[in-house]
Design a protein around this ligand. Sequence first.
Ligand code: COA
Length: 257
Amino acid sequence: MSEHLQIERDGGLLTLRMNRLDKKNALTRAMYAGMAAALDEADTDRSVRVVLLTGGESCFTSGNDVADFIQAPPSGLNSEVFQFMRALFDFSKPVVAAVAGPAVGIGTTLLLHCDLVYVARDAQLKMPFVSLGLCPEYGSSLILPQLLGHARAAELLLLGESFSGEQAAQWGIANQALDDGAAALAKARETALRFLQLAPSAVVDSKRLMRAPGREELRRVIEEEGALFGQRLRSPEAIEALTAFMQRRKADFSRFS
Ligand code: COA
C-alpha cells in the first residue's frame, strides 16, 4: 500500500485520501493501484455503503505525476491508471468527492465519474492536456461537450483554461461551492454519511439506472482516448512539454509543424 494514500473506515463510510502534499498530491502508479484495489474491495464488501474521495482541506490533486509520465508512461489497459479509471467507472456504490486547491488533469476528469462533488469556491480546476501535447482522457471528450456545449468545452479542453470551484458548481460539474476546503470536506463527509441511512440496494440500483444510458459508448471512448493518450505521451510534443514543466520553463512548440 502506498504511503501517499490514506484509507480509513468509519462504519459503512470508506475514505480514500490522497496524501502527497509536497507534490500537490500528484498521482503515482502506486497511488492509482492503491485506489483501484480499495475501490474493487469496497465494491464487493457489503459493509461499505459509500466512498469519500479527498485530498484534504488544501489540495485535491495536481493530476498524474509528470516524472512518471516521462519515466514510465502508462501503456495499455493493464496500467495502474487504467486500473483506477476502470475501478471508479465500474464502482456500483456512491462516490462523494471533496475538492480544494488544484484539481488538474485527471483531478478534474475523475469528478465526472463521481456521484456528488463539493468544491471550495476558489478551487482551481484545469485540464491542460493539449498544453502538454496530450489529448483529453477519461471520457472528458464525450462528457464535457454534452454537459457544457462544444464552445465552452473547447475553452477547457483545447485551450486548457482553468476554472474555479464556483464555476464548476454553476456548470453542473460540482453540486455546491463552499467557502473553503474545510467546508467542502465537511459538507462532503456529512453528505456521504446520509447514505448510511438509505436502503443500500435501492441506492445501487438507482445509480446503475442513472449511469446506464450511453455507458458502453462512454467505455469505448475512454479506451480510444486512452490509446491515443498513450501514443501522445511518447510524442516529441509531449516530451517537450513535460520536460519543460520539470525544468520550470515554458514549452516551446515552434519547431513542430
Ligand atoms: N507531477 C509531479 N510533480 C508535481 C506535479 C505533478 N503533476 N504537480 C506539482 N508537482 C510538484 C512540483 O514540481 C513541485 O515540486 P518541487 O517542490 O520538488 O519543485 C511541487 O509539486 C509543488 O508544485 P508547484 O508547482 O511549486 O506548486 P504551485 O502551487 O505553484 O502550483 C500546480 C500547483 C498544481 C498548479 C502546478 O504544480 C502544476 O501545474 N502542476 C502540474 C499539473 C499537471 O500538468 N498535471 C498533469 C496533468 S495531465
